[in-house]
Design a protein around this ligand. Structure first.
Ligand SMILES: [Zn+2]
Length: 271
């Protein structure tokens, strides 16, 4: 048996999405990729937060969550600590964990200002980098590195069907932005984008069904410009996508924040 790091936060968004469903109780995977119980508890709790089943301000107790999710306390404790490190939960000395509120209007503005600085740059770099591959003659052939990258990028640009689960949309959107960031070829840029963790915050707010189709069209415009090796077009397309996305999310945020202030934070205790 090989020792493998557990709960190291090395999973992909796709795995997180897949983990929305837990393969039952204490089953610890027969062969294949080893997921720990803490991984499963983490995925389940995160999904509930993103879907607002655990609302901003809700109190979570280790004991209560362990009972509700039918886990022992250790994996729950680990999962809660991980969600705290991601900024989805806050821990207060005597009251335990609470679900963090949505971003404030100012934080929301900052988030998009930062994205606007980083992501169009990443898209431009990705298109420039593809040009380099092209110059080396790596393109045309099916199965070449550039071909595979182009196929993966187009695939990542797709969003789920309208009406899809919010979490599925979130993960698909995140996957596309991470893919572009990675294609930039800059570890620094990619890391800076990942650290913003925009999707974690954005998609806790309501998303109109028509947003899904619009998002896909905008993603495809970015992807096609990168594949066509047009740095300026790629940069512009990403900027336009973020501008539109900002407008779509701003509406959702205003509504969600209004609702949050109208209702006093209520502890939806898990016991
Ligand atoms: Zn997007």
């Amino acid at each position: 048996m090989t020792a493998r790091a557990t709960g190291a936060g090395s999973r992909t968004p796709a795995e997180d999405a897949a983990a929305g469903r837990r393969p039952g109780g204490e089953a610890r995977a027969a062969g294949g990729a080893k997921r720990t119980l803490a991984d499963d508890a983490y995925a389940e709790l995160k999904a509930r937060i993103i879907r607002s089943e655990l609302a901003p301000g809700a109190k979570l107790s280790i004991d209560g969550m362990a009972k509700e999710l039918a886990f022992s306390q250790t994996p729950i404790r680990e999962a809660l600590a991980r969600l705290e490190s991601e900024g989805l939960l806050a821990r207060r000395p005597l009251s335990g964990y609470t679900v963090e509120p949505l971003l404030s209007a100012a934080e929301f503005a900052d988030l998009f200002d930062l994205r606007m600085m980083l992501e169009p740059l990443a898209a431009r770099r990705a298109a420039e980098r593809e040009s380099e591959l092209d110059a080396r003659g790596a393109v045309a052939a099916t199965g070449s590195a550039a071909f595979e990258e182009a196929a993966a990028l187009l695939d990542a640009a797709r969003t789920p069907e309208p009406g899809a689960d919010k979490l599925a949309f979130t993960e698909a959107d995140r996957r596309f932005h991470d893919t572009v960031a990675a294609l930039s070829g800059s570890v620094q840029i990619a890391r800076a984008i990942r650290r913003l963790d925009a999707h974690l915050h954005l998609h806790r707010a309501y998303i109109a069904p028509e947003s899904i189709g619009e998002t896909e069209a905008e993603h495809l415009a970015v992807a096609e410009a990168i594949i066509a090796r047009k740095p300026l077009a790629a940069e512009t397309a990403m900027r336009r996508h973020l501008e539109r996305s900002r407008v779509r999310h701003a509406a959702a945020f205003t509504a969600a924040n209004a609702e949050a202030t109208a209702k006093p934070k209520r502890a939806k205790a898990s016991r």
